[in-house]
Design a protein around this ligand. Structure first.
Ligand code: SME
Length: 150
């Protein structure tokens, strides 16, 4: 399992090397969705004028939450604080903005450049408590790599 994360990190690093194409974010979203079965919905929100605006995403369904004010929902909390949020049971978190009935847990990882929050990676899982420290470390590295491409 550790190898899965390491291999995924290397694949993404290679994928991003010397690339400035506008499809980079979508490619990484597609890769994460395909690589980890427990990642049921993967999206990237970008901060524009104090609002999180949904960018590339991959999953079975579109979300109605395409614009989320900073501070609102789990997404808005992570973007405001600049800290990764892991929610093991979304039904027990009153900040949670529901997108899909099947979602049981969620991770939101800010994408930062210095002290600026550029956006975030948001992943929903249909499994309870799907995200652990390995996901957090891995996705924070991915966020760091993506910050060069936003
Ligand atoms: N659940 C998020 C909203 C975004 S959807 O998961 C795609 C939240 O609570 O902020």
């Amino acid at each position: 399992m550790v190898l899965d994360y390491k291999n995924a990190e290397i694949t993404i690093a290679k994928e991003l090397e010397n690339r400035s194409s506008s499809t980079v974010l979508q490619d990484v979203v597609d890769f994460l969705y395909a690589k980890f079965e427990k990642y049921s919905w993967v999206g990237i929100y970008l901060v524009k004028d104090q609002v999180l605006v949904l960018g590339p995403w991959k999953g079975a369904q579109a979300t109605e939450h395409t614009r989320i004010p900073l501070g609102t929902g789990i997404c808005g909390a992570a973007a405001k604080s600049g800290t990764t949020e892991i929610v093991d049971d979304v039904s027990k978190d009153n900040r949670y903005l529901s997108c899909f009935l099947s979602t049981r847990s969620e991770i939101v990882v800010p994408i930062k450049k210095g002290r600026y929050i550029l956006g975030e990676i948001d992943i929903d899982s249909d499994r309870p408590a799907a995200f652990d420290a390995q996901d957090r470390v891995f996705l924070e590295k991915v966020a760091d790599m993506l910050s060069q491409h936003i």
